[in-house]
Design a protein around this ligand. Structure first.
Ligand SMILES: N[C@@H](CCC(=O)N[C@@H](CS)C(=O)NCC(=O)O)C(=O)O
Length: 217
């Protein structure tokens, strides 16, 4: 266990779920402070001193205070997941980085836009054209994942790495949203493999009812 690990963030946030999944996957103990969303607490001077963006997740480990979910993910994997979530071979780690950064730059923005337009926006305000455009972008990104996963079990090879956590955290909502899902056997098999992890089920497969029709946070 880490010396005084503390996670700040509501458990319904996909970005917080990346941290929760990684900590549970590695069996690392931590203290959880629920902030953000209905819990509030992101505008206090103390929280802003930890993260000037006023967003979750934030992870503290001893003297270290860290924000940005993928930086946190890499840190947890490097500090607590050597040869587990953190590939020791630099080439394999570079591939994990490639998928992690691509998730931040391409996949998650498409997915988040779809989630906000379809789930977080109240139904009477739905913009069908914008939903269709965000759906097309999300499907295009998923097809890139699907082609990679036709060749291997996990994004960076034959075992779970932090890249699978960054991208895989988005799958539960994709597969439970009311939307057309073109067949993608690589992604579907990957999702089945991820669901074999109790840490994935506990962190990610949780209700997001509190976010439905809610634009406030
Ligand atoms: N790029 C940041 C984004 C963080 C972010 O947008 N966090 C959202 C939750 S997913 C947040 O704090 N929203 C305000 C709230 O929950 O009150 C990361 O990956 O950590």
């Amino acid at each position: 266990m880490g010396p005084g690990l503390r996670l700040w963030g509501r458990a319904s946030s996909a970005n917080v779920q990346k941290t929760l999944w990684s900590l549970w996957e590695l069996g690392v103990s931590y203290e959880h402070r629920l902030v953000g969303g209905a819990h509030g607490g992101l505008d206090t001077p103390d929280f802003r001193a930890m993260n000037p963006n006023g967003l979750v997740p934030v992870l503290q480990d001893g003297e270290l205070t860290l924000w940005e979910s993928h930086a946190i993910l890499r840190y947890v994997a490097a500090a607590y997941g050597a040869d587990g979530l953190w590939p020791s071979d630099p080439r394999q780690r570079a591939i994990a980085d490639q998928w992690t950064d691509w998730t931040a730059a391409t996949f998650q923005p498409a997915w988040i836009s779809l989630f906000w337009l379809l789930v977080r926006t109240p139904e009477d305000q739905h913009d069908l054209e914008a939903i269709a455009a965000a759906h097309a972008k999300t499907v295009a990104a998923l097809r890139i994942l699907d082609a990679n996963l036709a060749e291997r079990d996990y994004l960076a090879g034959d075992r779970l790495s932090y890249a699978d956590i960054a991208a895989g955290v988005l799958l539960y909502r994709w597969f439970s949203m009311e939307i057309d899902r073109p067949a993608m056997p690589g992604v579907e098999n990957w999702y089945r493999r991820l669901r074999e992890s109790p840490a994935f089920c506990r962190a990610v497969m949780v209700s997001y009812d509190e976010l439905i029709g809610r634009l406030a946070f």
